[in-house]
Design a binder for this molecule. Structure first.
Ligand SMILES: CC(C)(COP(=O)(O)OP(=O)(O)OC[C@H]1O[C@@H](n2cnc3c(N)ncnc32)[C@H](O)[C@@H]1OP(=O)(O)O)[C@@H](O)C(=O)NCCC(=O)NCCS
Length: 182
């Protein structure tokens, strides 16, 4: 079981009890606004996503973590690694992503979780490069990518929803050369 502790968070594998709180996050149009075509997801879709993420973990040894608040045990959201099959032009690649419930925004939790997931991918799993695909307009996510040391690599269109996206990336070498690494 892969678990990472940060100052305020625990990043861990998924549990059955995460379905309901993640479904509540996925049902919020503000949360989903910049994800795919912006459609919210219901409880069954959420359960199916968690199942797919667990299978990806078992197959690849990395995946999306459930992110829990240490002080309260609440599920705040998710961060971690996935293969971005939805954007074939960037493959092969591993993408870092994040999604938090609105009540958890603007406390630095997204950045704190993403930093831990990036380190997990580049150091613990020894990946050469990690990208992040962010829809144009999702300025909070672009801030996180830049704070992680990622740089803009290209701007393109997500063919599934015809929305403009920016691809950020960071190599392991650049990551390791950054301050306070690994
Ligand atoms: C993007 C998201 C994860 C940010 O989480 P968070 O916990 O609020 O992030 P942080 O508190 O670490 O803030 C990160 C930076 O983004 C900025 N930010 C946060 N929300 C923002 C918003 N709605 N608009 C503009 N900037 C925002 C913060 O000010 C901060 O920048 P700063 O350090 O320069 O002040 C969260 O808003 C979210 O879950 N959004 C919906 C899901 C989503 O879009 N996922 C990404 C798909 S690519």
């Amino acid at each position: 079981m892969t678990t990472i502790e940060t100052e305020r968070l625990v990043l861990r594998r998924w549990r059955e009890t995460d379905v309901a709180p993640l479904a509540a996050i996925n049902a919020d149009p503000e949360v989903m606004r910049w994800i795919g075509d912006g459609t919210v997801r219901n409880q069954e879709q959420t359960r199916a996503s968690i199942g797919a993420w667990q299978r990806a973990w078992d197959e690849r040894g990395f995946g999306l973590f459930a992110v829990e608040v240490r002080a309260t045990g609440e599920l705040a959201g998710l961060t971690g690694l996935a293969v971005p099959d939805f954007l074939p032009e960037v493959l092969p690649a591993v993408e870092i992503g994040w999604r938090f419930g609105r009540q958890f925004w603007s406390q630095g939790l997204g950045t704190e979780a993403a930093r831990a997931a990036l380190r997990f991918g580049l150091v613990d799993r020894d990946l050469d490069r990690i990208i992040s695909i962010i829809q144009v307009g999702n300025s909070g996510s672009e801030r996180i990518a830049r704070k992680l040391g990622m740089a803009l690599e290209r701007e393109t269109i997500d063919p599934n929803c015809a929305r403009a996206v920016r691809v950020y990336d960071i190599s392991k070498a650049d990551y390791l050369a950054g301050p306070g690494r690994p």
